[in-house]
Ligand binder design. Structure first.
Ligand SMILES: [Ca+2]
Ligand SMILES: [Ca+2]
Ligand SMILES: [Ca+2]
Length: 296
């Protein structure tokens, strides 16, 4: 029985894996002078067609966004946005270097404002802050509460994933002092306000060349290519960057192992499987990942 719950959970998390986690992106600049602009860096690969929402609404002490300001919605292109890419929204009303941006009422105030990035399918609310990705306070230190359009509390889940520009500046940007290292090292530099430059005159948001070092496991995960999936051909190809042996175990939705194989020619025979959804556990050189397999 435990297996069923484990696999349902795995399936659920696989579905959710398309979503980013808190800290997977970080702000690199903003401008409240005209045109309203902001920039952020992808610290992990952002999947194709991912939507990230931004708001200038403050965060209430009691949880949840204060009302009456606006949102901007960014959508990644039909291809992966590689980790290290910097997305520069030159004008929240439609001008961005990667993907697309649309705004609805977003208006960054030169008297102090804030920007939050979050998952529009999991909008942060009182008691659920898991949808937050990043935040920046432009109005000096975080306030105890959002009592006007200029003020905001710091969401608890964004401690360590957000920064406050103090004193308030109309415009500010990261100075590109740290662009390499692990994701955590780059993020730590990005949320340190002493690495930011403030300016009360309109600026052009600069671009840093970020190059985060992905962990071995992340590299290996992105190395596996699985196709066709869904498959109706009786086989699935599993390839990786190296020629080392790949072990595959396949489980059905009830948690029963239905296949176990060591493959050397990158091809797994799944002709014995009936149509349905399966979980594949793929391992190579001590690293393993879990993938959903659909047989038609
Ligand atoms: Ca505003
Ligand atoms: Ca100002
Ligand atoms: Ca605001």
């Amino acid at each position: 029985m435990k297996h069923i719950y484990f696999l349902l959970f795995t399936l659920f998390t696989l579905t959710m894996n398309a979503q980013l986690a808190t800290g997977d992106i970080a702000f690199t600049g903003y401008q409240s002078d005209t045109p309203d602009s902001f920039s952020f860096v992808a610290l992990v690969d952002i999947p194709a067609n991912t939507t990230i929402e931004f708001t200038d609404n403050g965060w209430l002490a009691a949880g949840g966004f204060r009302a009456n300001e606006g949102t901007a919605t960014w959508t990644s292109p039909g291809t992966i946005v590689n980790a290290g890419s910097e997305i520069i929204v030159t004008d929240a009303n439609g001008i961005v270097n990667i993907g697309t941006i649309t705004a609805s009422g977003l208006a960054l105030s030169t008297s102090g404002d804030q920007l939050f990035a979050y998952n529009p399918s999991n909008v942060p609310s009182a008691g659920n802050e898991t949808g937050f990705y990043a935040g920046i306070q432009m109005n000096g230190p975080w306030e105890a509460d959002a009592t006007s359009s200029n003020t905001s509390a710091q969401p608890t889940s964004l401690i360590g994933f957000s920064l406050a520009i103090d004193p308030e500046f109309d415009n500010a940007y990261y100075d590109c002092s740290t662009t390499t290292g692990t994701i955590a090292q780059i993020r730590t530099a990005l949320i340190n306000p002493s690495n930011w430059v403030g300016d009360n005159n309109a600026i052009t948001l600069p671009s840093c060349s970020f190059n985060p070092t992905l962990s071995v496991i992340q590299n290996n995960i992105s190395e596996f290519v699985i196709y066709p999936n869904p498959t109706s051909t009786g086989f699935v190809n599993i390839s990786s960057k190296t020629n080392d042996t790949i072990q595959v175990a396949v489980f059905d939705i009830l948690g029963k192992q239905v296949l176990k194989n060591t493959i050397n020619n990158n091809r797994l025979n799944v002709s014995t499987l009936t149509a349905g959804v399966y979980i594949m556990n793929i391992s190579q050189n001590g690293n393993s990942i879990t993938k959903k397999l659909v047989v038609r």
